[in-house]
Design a protein around this ligand. Structure first.
Ligand code: IPM
Ligand code: MG
Length: 356
């Protein structure tokens, strides 16, 4: 029986609660679909930093590198300086493990979850491919004359040829395997951010290798408009890091809210990281009111990545059924107790498997 070595970082705020439910679901699908996981839990996050002054020790990082996958609940907490824990944990893994694909599906499971009038599941079914290692997040920033009236702050957007090319190629491959509209839309702002002209050129070049895939282009401002007006226009969208960060929160709302949006931080063939895209929502921590659906769907993406395709599909299909049958009435905070949803997903997964 295949065994997957998984690192689990439950993190801060609601992270531990949604991770607990997600791990129940992982154990259930492993049992049903015949694989095993060996989980190692790491305590990293703000609480741990406050207690130990450690963010992500090297020894743990070296260990994590050897795993097949990493599962992250949520991190961030106002008791730590802005960005300290985010950069020390999430960004560190994205950069140092070279998790260059941030994969964020935006799929509407039931019309009632969509805040847009008249949009149905047929209209909202797209995947964002966010470049995840550079751009505005490259860490190339600086201050001069800090605290003085003449203070200067800079943050440099960095686009390398290699990283631009590999993410665009990933998007084209995905459009092919998804086999839906067979379209890749590139979203940038090359008209104003002139360095993004490298994206324009590389996109055109890579497109030549994929004559079966249609190409579209939208500037980020227009893309935000299309997301609301005509989300059905999108299939696979590829975009630099910062725009991907922003437009996927918009995407999350279009599919029903932060409680249902999952993501993968992937380096194909190597250890990769799966997480709900929501944050740690400290004010709801420990109240059993957070929605764990996004965390559960992130387990589905992880299973898919590990090659347990049936398990991954089963998780998504069970969530779809539960949402459509209104057993999951909503995916907002407080709609259901956190553990109620986890338990229901587990029993439904077992029931579905028992039928076949
Ligand atoms: C995300 C988050 C992160 C990001 C934060 C926590 C640094 O918003 O995963 O979208 O900006 O990438
Ligand atoms: Mg974000």
């Amino acid at each position: 029986m295949t065994e997957y070595d998984i690192a689990v970082i439950a993190g801060d705020g609601i992270g531990p609660e949604v991770t607990r439910e997600a791990m129940k679901v992982l154990d259930a699908v492993a049992d049903v679909y015949g694989f095993r996981t060996k989980k190692t839990f790491y305590p990293f996050g703000t609480e741990n930093w406050l207690k130990t002054k450690e963010i992500f020790p090297d020894t743990a990082f070296e260990e994590i590198k050897q795993k097949r996958a990493i599962y992250l609940g949520a991190i961030g907490d106002p008791r730590a300086p802005v960005g300290l824990i985010e950069y020390g944990i999430i960004a560190k893994m994205r950069f140092e493990l070279d998790l260059y694909v941030n994969l964020r599906p935006v799929r509407l499971y039931d019309e009632r979850l969509c805040p847009l009038k008249g949009k149905t599941p047929a209209d909202v079914d797209m995947v964002f491919v966010r470049e995840n290692t550079e751009g505005a997040y490259s860490g190339t920033y600086g201050y001069a004359h800090k605290g003085l009236p003449i203070e200067v702050a800079t943050q440099v957007m960095v686009y390398t040829r290699a990283a631009t090319e590999r993410i665009i190629r990933y998007a084209f491959e995905l459009a092919r395997t998804r086999n839906k509209k067979k379209t890749v839309t590139m979203i940038d702002k090359a008209n104003a951010l002139r360095a993004q002209e490298i994206w324009t050129r590389v996109f055109a070049e890579v497109a030549l290798e994929y004559p079966d895939i249609k190409t579209e282009h939208a500037y980020i401002d227009a893309a935000c408009m299309w997301m609301i007006k005509n989300p059905e226009w999108f299939d696979v969208a590829v975009t630099p890091n910062l725009f991907g960060d922003i437009i996927t929160d918009l995407g999350a709302m279009v599919q029903g809210g932060m409680g249902i949006a999952a993501s993968g931080n992937i380096h194909p063939g190597k250890v990769s990281l799966f997480e709900p895209i929501h944050g740690s929502a400290p004010k709801y921590a420990g109240k059993n009111v957070a929605c764990p659906v996004a965390a559960v769907l992130a387990v589905g993406m992880m299973c898919d990545y590990l090659g347990e395709k049936q398990a991954g599909a089963a998780i998504e299909n069970v969530v779809i059924d539960l949402v459509r049958s209104k057993k999951i009435q909503g995916v907002s905070t407080g709609d259901h107790p956190t553990d109620f949803i986890g338990n229901m997903v587990v029993s439904e997964l077992r029931a579905v498997a028992a039928k076949v």
